[in-house]
Design a protein around this ligand. Structure first.
Ligand SMILES: [Zn+2]
Length: 282
């Protein structure tokens, strides 16, 4: 029996509460809100799951539909943990979408990315009477972002670097001993991202060295680029091709079955035989 998964995301970003109007005004001051159409995800996905369920009950479609609530997309990409725990292993196909201004089957991958935090630790002192005994964590953070921004010129144009300061000093007359920054690096492939990631960690190390501070890094999350749908597959989806038809086109387009991909990963030492068996036995 074919098992279809539908992802219903529910998430929000801090501080972007907004009334239903085209100019900025918070619905609830300081509260969270939805960015880039994410208010539609949960309800529209649930409606799609119900529509499929009704078709199955009527006998027009065969199979089983499973609706997944997937939280925290905007912050830590909780689906990564759901994948690790095997909650999608039972599926034959899993459908996801993003709000846009046209109805289409996309042929573009989203970017791969890595998210991490760096905290700098220095030592505080009075900024006027004893600055020579201070080691500023904020100086380290500034040098880190300066390094990142000089590096920005030399990254390939499809890559992206974003950051937000999460902790800085509180008052101006104390050398701050703690600073924290959240960085996100994106690239078209995970290989691109790893190049950026290595360099960012070097820049953090250099910033700490320059300021006599120490630093710690903490990986938050990361995602791979997604499997790119080719034009023939996109067209087949839009003309509502059957599953066997889609499978045939996909194989012709060079897509691998899970078995093939698993065998290749075992051969490359990227997957254990046990994990391969676990996934395929579901
Ligand atoms: Zn979005």
């Amino acid at each position: 029996m074919i098992k279809i998964g539908i992802l219903g995301e529910f998430d929000a970003n801090a501080g972007i509460s907004q009334k239903l109007q085209p100019f900025k005004e918070a619905r609830i001051e300081g509260a969270a809100g939805h960015g880039c159409g994410h208010n539609l995800y949960g309800t529209a996905s649930l409606a799609a799951a119900i529509a499929i369920k009704e078709q199955i009950e009527k006998g027009t479609l065969k199979g089983k539909v499973i609706f997944y609530g997937t939280p925290a997309e905007e912050t830590i990409f909780a689906k990564v943990w759901m994948v690790r725990e095997g909650v999608f292993d039972q599926l034959d196909v899993c459908m996801d979408w993003h709000p846009g201004d046209t109805n289409e089957s996309g042929t573009q991958s989203t970017k791969a990315l890595v998210d991490f935090r760096i905290s700098f630790n220095g030592s505080s002192s009075h900024a006027s009477s004893d600055p020579w005994n201070g080691r500023s964590a904020v100086d380290a953070m500034e040098l880190y972002t300066t390094g990142l921004n000089y590096y920005r010129e030399h990254i390939i144009p499809t890559s992206r670097i974003h950051y937000q300061f999460e902790a800085v000093g509180d008052v101006v007359n104390v050398v701050p001993d703690y600073a924290k920054i959240w960085t996100r690096l994106r690239g078209n492939t995970v290989e691109n991202v790893n190049v950026l990631y290595d360099r960012a960690l070097d820049i953090a190390k250099a910033a700490a060295l320059m300021t006599g501070t120490t630093y710690e890094t903490k990986l938050i999350s990361g995602i791979y680029e997604i499997l790119v749908v080719t034009k023939p597959i996109k067209e087949a989806i839009l003309r509502q091709a059957t599953t066997p038809e889609l499978k045939e086109i996909a194989l012709k387009e060079g897509f691998q079955t899970m078995q093939d991909m698993g065998r290749r990963m075992i051969a490359n030492g990227e997957l254990s035989f046990r994990e391969y068996e676990r996934v395929l036995s579901n």
